[in-house]
Design a protein around this ligand. Structure first.
Ligand code: NAD
Ligand code: DAU
Length: 349
């Protein structure tokens, strides 16, 4: 198989690329990424010289270039992760989300449809989406694959729109598509604008840890490598047209999660217990802030036998350890230096 993975230089994409490159030496993996602020090729330094890996810098909105890349690499499957992914940025700049997440997904669908030219045998278009398309839960209940879409932020509305378009291409043109909707991921290489890496970085530097509203919003956290293992399974085993929810059955109120993280950080940094907790600062709530997400992943468990490999406490320890051991990675992001990696690394090739 020759697989184009879009957004492979991002957080989840880089874990997925690494997994596929290492586990499937007979597949050709092409990482297609625009390298926005969220794309960082340093995430893939350990596998970049493997013979079954290559990188193409490109924009999914540029259908002609995408199609050229599909043709040059004789691509038989696409796993689509490229997106604008941060809810807060979608509130301050919705248009970028419409452009990348909606227009970009349609451009990619068109390129695949055109390149495969109706010969869909052995082909696959896998769209990676989010639980946020389902909206917000009250105190009880779970999102299933049948939950009606009810997005609230420009980010989740753009992802919902892209999901609908993928289904439309499957229903109308027979494009062999599958979709998964996953809950909040955490782990290494997570860009430090999202809650967990931002809090780790701030606690490390004795800076305040911003908690939106009262910290009562609930998220269902999944270790990123478990998301990658679920994508791997669904990619290989799902039937065309299917949707799978992916989640950790691991709900945490934001404040409880931050309190746990503070304890872990105090211990790891040999600080007096309670030191980090003193950094918690309540700030203005996010506009349209969804109260609770929680995934029912029983379809994935029952049909394909997937379950998360880690307990949250262990995953969080591993995540903190990674950030403390990779200060350089974090410093290069906060200083912006990571964006030079592409020109330094690839111009001479
Ligand atoms: P990320 O922001 O870390 O990475 C996004 C990647 O896409 C970056 O490498 C960026 O350079 C690339 N990209 C952006 N616009 C592009 C374009 N026009 N053309 C080509 N590449 C482009 O995102 P992430 O957190 O790794 O999320 C990946 C996917 O998974 C997204 O589709 C997101 O909606 C979905 N998702 C994320 C989570 C989560 O918790 N992070 C949970 C469920 C689903
Ligand atoms: O549910 C899946 C989604 O999870 C993905 O689709 C998104 O791409 C991903 O970014 C994530 O969205 P969230 O908005 O849930 O993640 P974020 O890390 O931005 O925020 C997690 C929770 O923490 C949320 O309730 C807002 C809150 N928060 C966030 C930040 C950055 C804070 O309280 N303080 C903060 O500084």
């Amino acid at each position: 198989m020759n697989i184009l993975i879009t957004g492979g230089a991002g957080f989840i994409g880089s874990h997925l690329v690494r997994r596929f490159v290492n586990n499937y030496p007979n597949y050709k993996i092409v990482n297609f990424d625009k390298l926005t602020y969220a794309g960082n090729l340093e995430n893939l330094r350990d596998i970049e010289s493997k013979p079954n890996y290559s990188f193409v810098k490109g924009d999914i909105c540029d259908a002609a270039f995408v199609e050229k890349t599909l043709a040059e690499n004789n691509i038989t499957a696409i796993i689509h992760l490229a997106a604008e992914s941060h809810v807060d940025r979608s509130i301050s700049n919705p248009m970028e989300f419409i452009q990348t997440n909606i227009v970009g997904t349609v451009a990619l669908l068109n390129s695949a449809k055109h390149f495969w030219a109706g010969n869909f045998e052995g082909k696959r278009f896998y769209h990676v989406s989010t639980d946020e398309v389902y909206g917000s839960l009250g105190e009880t209940g779970f999102f299933t694959e049948e939950t009606p879409y009810d997005p609230h932020s420009p980010y989740s509305a753009s992802k919902a729109s892209s999901d609908h378009l993928v289904r439309a291409y499957s229903d109308t043109f027979g494009l062999p598509a599958v979709i998964s909707n996953c809950s909040n991921n955490y782990g290494s290489h997570h860009f430090p604008e999202k809650l967990i890496p931002l809090a780790i970085n701030n606690i490390k530097n004795m800076k305040s840890v911003p908690v939106y509203g009262k910290g009562e919003n609930v998220r269902d956290w999944l270790f990123v490598e478990d998301h990658a293992s679920a994508i791997d399974l669904i990619f290989h085993k799902a039937e065309n047209g299917e949707t799978y929810n992916i989640g950790g059955h691991n709900e945490w109120k934001n404040l409880d999660l931050i309190l746990l993280l503070c304890q872990v950080m105090d211990r790891k940094l040999n600080r007096k217990p309670g030191t980090s907790e003193g950094l918690i600062t309540y700030v203005k709530d996010r506009a349209g802030h969804d109260l609770r997400y929680a995934i029912d992943a029983s379809k994935l468990q029952n049909k394909l036998g997937w379950k998360p490999s880690l307990q949250f406490e262990e995953g969080l320890e591993r995540t903190v350890d990674w950030y403390l051991a990779n200060e350089e990675w974090l410093n290069r992001i906060t200083s912006g230096d990571y964006q030079k990696y592409y020109s330094d690394q690839y111009v001479t090739r």
